[in-house]
Design a protein around this ligand. Structure first.
Ligand code: FE2
Length: 218
C-alpha cells in the first residue's frame, strides 16, 4: 500500500454544479490530483520521506518532490474550501476581522478577485491569517503554498490553475472566480480562523513566579 492515497472528496462530484461541474471534478480531482498522489508516492519510495507527514515533506523539500507534495496539500485544502452548502457568507469573528482588515466584505471580495484573476500563469489565491493576526490575501505561483513559507495560517484557497476552470469556463478565469464565491466554504474558513486565533503563546509576564526557590533562600 503506497503511503499516500487520494483523499475522499467531502461531497459528491455534482455537488458544486453549476458553478463547478462534475466533469471538472472528474478531471481535476480524479486525474490531476490523482497524478500528484501517484508521482509523490514514486518520488518518496525508498527515501527518508517515506514515513513522513505530508506537511513535513512540503516544508523540507524542493524541485519535483516539493511540487508534487505541495500540490497534494493544496488540492486537499482546496476541496475542503468548497461546500455543497452554497451561498455561505462569513460569520462571527471571521466576518468581523474581514470588515476590520478590508473595510467591508464587498471590498474584500473585490480585492481577492482582482488578485486571483491577476495572477500570471498557474497558481493559488489564499486568505491567510498572518502571525500578527492580520488577514492578508496572498497569491502563490505554481505549487507554492503558505504552509511552506510559514508566513501564516491559510483559511481557504482558490485554485487558479487553468485545469480548475477550463472545462466550465474555457479561458474566462474571472467567471470561475464569480462561481467560486457561491461554493466557498465559509464554515471551514471560520473554523480555521477560530482555531488559529485560539492558539496562545505563553508570555514571560504571565508565567507564575516560583514561590520559594531554595537557591535564593538565605
Ligand atoms: Fe488544481
Amino acid at each position: 500500500m503506497p503511503p499516500f492515497t487520494l483523499p475522499q472528496l467531502p461531497y459528491g462530484k455534482d455537488a458544486l454544479s453549476p458553478h463547478i461541474s462534475a466533469e471538472t471534478l472528474e478531471f481535476h480531482y480524479g486525474k490531476h490530483h490523482q497524478a500528484y498522489v501517484d508521482n509523490l508516492n514514486k518520488l518518496i519510495a525508498g527515501t527518508k520521506y517515506e514515513n513522513k507527514d505530508l506537511a513535513d515533506i512540503v516544508k523540507n523539500t524542493s524541485g519535483a518532490l516539493f511540487n508534487n507534495a505541495a500540490q497534494n496539500w493544496n488540492h486537499t485544502f482546496y476541496w475542503k474550501s468548497m461546500s455543497a452548502e452554497k451561498n455561505q457568507s462569513p460569520k462571527g469573528p471571521l466576518a468581523q476581522a474581514i470588515d476590520q482588515n478590508f473595510g467591508s466584505y464587498a471590498e474584500f471580495e473585490k480585492q481577492f478577485a482582482a488578485a486571483a484573476v491577476g495572477l500570471f500563469g498557474s497558481g493559488w489565491a489564499w486568505l491567510v491569517l498572518l502571525k500578527n493576526k492580520k488577514l492578508k490575501i496572498v497569491t502563490t505561483a505554481d505549487a507554492k503554498t503558505p504552509i511552506g513559507t510559514a508566513s501564516g495560517t491559510p483559511l481557504f484557497t482558490m485554485d487558479v490553475w487553468e485545469h480548475a476552470y477550463y472545462i466550465d469556463y474555457r479561458n474566462a478565469r474571472a467567471k470561475y472566480v464569480e462561481g467560486f464565491w457561491k461554493v466557498l466554504n465559509w464554515n471551514f474558513a471560520g473554523e480555521n480562523f477560530d482555531q488559529s486565533m485560539a492558539v496562545k503563546r505563553p508570555t514571560a509576564w504571565k508565567q507564575p513566579l516560583k514561590k520559594s526557590s531554595k537557591r535564593f533562600r538565605k
